[in-house]
Design a protein around this ligand. Structure first.
Ligand code: URA
Length: 541
């Protein structure tokens, strides 16, 4: 006799589990069961008709899941011992839960068949190449991929309603499988502070700040048109697009074309990719095969001499406070130039050899900005571009920083921008110079230069970009992710705002770029009061 089971919805795992348990106990073989959901039963006369002994008279009832930590009792009547229950591992249960989200209507039959066979075929557990097991694995993989894509490619657009206190962020997405419920907790955690809704053709989910609410599917036209945030996101995308890293095949694998029509940045891909070859050619041409050493190699400066150089530099603007030592005679050429203390310090750093980094760099990269800047911004160390040009934050991280500065309504002319370490540390990979993080010892050796800059500039506050800067300024290890977006007091009494380094954003997961950048802007905007800018949400500028 053919049994028909009607589950209550496409992802009715508790219902499936309960019915499977009952049917296994009854000893109903897989070919004797057809599985349906209301969606497919609607078009299926056979499922809708009533059969004698039909178990589909009621949708399967829903029971709470037992925790999947111990081996779970799916309870069947395996032969030859029909009374012993079938226990399946938590791993297998999780596989079943994932397969349940697949779009294939055959998934229920497959899972039931696997359970049935597990109870009867002792070897099945040890046969990873079994066709049913392989098929289940492929289906689970497809679901996981779909979940990953949804997390990566959902793009919210802001809807502002005069009657609503807060804007709603709405996204349109077309998942391949039944994953909306499974993906919702991720978005809830990720965008907990936002009010948002994700519309899909089959199911919608909405977060009101307290609860997730699910509702039937929607249409694409229900989603809002492009907004100002989107223009911002496109600008950001253009900035982070690195032509030298473009691998079109790889990119299309990661971001398959079928998602493009819902991705605003997809419109940029073709023009950016078309220009990528020429752009990366220019980048390669600009890269030195050997660092372009501008500074003549000179005798290394020892610590005592460095201290004297600082004194020397200070004397240049305040000759009465002279405290020279004979060891600085070699530096007279520096001090005789028409220098401010800062530019004297800058020249002095070129010859600093208190750690080995300076020996291999093109030149030192000293801070830049007005001596009376209200806000000082401290990065880690110059990068490749900065090393070549002798200026801080002029490479890719600097471009992102400039974008943030503009968006915050600040001007770089108000800022004194510098680094914790004054020389570029790198390792050569082929012809490329790859950034290496300075060691604590190296950063400590460089600290007095930064202290001298602070002393000269006397900013009202300092922004530490990343862990190296934060550690140098606060004199202790700083957990940037935990301590970001807050003001801290340095041992010297400076107010220090900690946030991420822009390179961390450039390196981060592309799926997280948009949110990470927005959070970074919010961190930085805490310094609006210092720069004299009103504190509106930087993203709404
Ligand atoms: N990263 C930094 O920390 N500083 C720069 O100047 C450039 C990149």
């Amino acid at each position: 006799m053919l049994r028909t089971v009607l589950l209550s919805n496409e992802t009715d795992w508790p219902g499936f589990r309960q019915r499977a348990r009952e049917l296994l106990i009854e000893g109903v073989a897989p070919p004797e069961i057809t599985w349906h959901t209301p969606a497919d039963a609607a078009g299926d006369l056979f499922a809708a008709s009533s059969h004698a002994g039909d178990t589909a008279a009621q949708p399967a009832s829903v029971q709470p899941d037992p925790p999947a930590t111990a081996s779970a009792d799916i309870t069947t009547r395996p032969q030859p011992n029909p009374t012993s229950p079938l226990s399946v591992s938590p791993v297998f249960l999780r596989l079943c839960e994932t397969v349940m989200l697949h779009r294939d209507p055959g998934r229920f039959a497959l899972l039931y068949r696997l359970l049935w066979r597990l109870a009867r075929e002792a070897d099945l557990r040890h046969d990873p190449l079994d066709a049913d097991r392989v098929q289940a694995q492929h289906m689970a993989q497809a679901v996981r991929r779909d979940l990953h894509k949804m997390k990566a490619f959902v793009r919210f657009r802001q809807v502002v309603r005069p009657d609503a206190p807060e804007p709603l962020h709405v996204a349109w997405f077309e998942p391949e499988h039944h994953i909306v419920e499974a993906a919702a907790p991720f978005f809830m955690r990720r965008f907990a502070q936002m009010r948002w809704a994700i519309l899909t053709p089959e199911r919608c989910v909405r977060w009101d700040g307290e609860r997730l609410e699910f509702s039937p599917g929607a249409q694409r036209s229900d989603a809002p048109p492009p907004d100002a945030d989107e223009a911002l996101w496109l600008t950001y995308y253009r900035h982070i697009f690195n032509p030298a890293r473009l691998k079109l095949a790889m990119m299309q694998k990661e971001m398959p074309r079928k998602y493009w029509h819902n991705l605003p940045e997809a419109a940029l891909i073709s023009p950016l990719a078309a220009g990528a070859h020429a752009a990366s050619g220019r980048m390669m041409a600009a890269l030195p095969t050997e660092p372009l050493r501008r500074i003549a190699r000179t005798a290394p400066v020892c610590s005592a001499e460095t201290t004297a150089m600082i004194a020397d530099a200070r004397d240049d603007i305040n000759p009465s406070s002279s405290s020279r030592t004979s060891s600085i005679d070699a530096m007279r050429a520096i001090s005789s130039a028409p220098l401010t203390a800062l530019s004297a310090l800058k020249q002095a750093t070129d010859r600093c050899r208190e750690c080995p980094i300076g020996e291999h760099a093109t030149q030192s990269v000293f801070g830049e900005g007005p001596a009376g800047a209200v806000l000082m911004v401290v990065g880690e160390q110059p990068g490749d571009q900065e090393d070549l040009r002798g200026r801080p934050f002029v490479g890719p991280a600097g471009k992102l920083f400039d974008q943030a500065v503009a968006q915050l309504g600040w001007s770089r002319a108000q800022l004194y921008v510098t680094n914790a370490v004054k020389h570029f540390k790198f390792e050569l990979r082929g012809k490329r110079r790859i950034h290496k993080t300075p060691t604590q010892r190296e950063a400590a050796a460089c600290l007095h230069w930064l202290e001298s800059e602070i002393e000269q500039v006397r900013p009202r506050a300092i922004v530490a970009l990343g862990a190296t800067a934060a550690r140098a300024l606060l004199g202790r290890q700083v957990a940037v992710m935990r301590e970001r977006g807050q003001w801290h007091n340095s041992p010297r009494g400076e107010r220090v705002l900690v946030t991420l380094h822009p390179s961390a954003l450039l390196r981060g997961d592309p799926a997280e770029h948009e949110a990470a950048y927005a959070q970074w802007l919010r961190d930085l905007s805490l310094a609006n009061e210092i720069v004299g800018v009103s504190s509106a949400d930087p993203l709404s500028r």
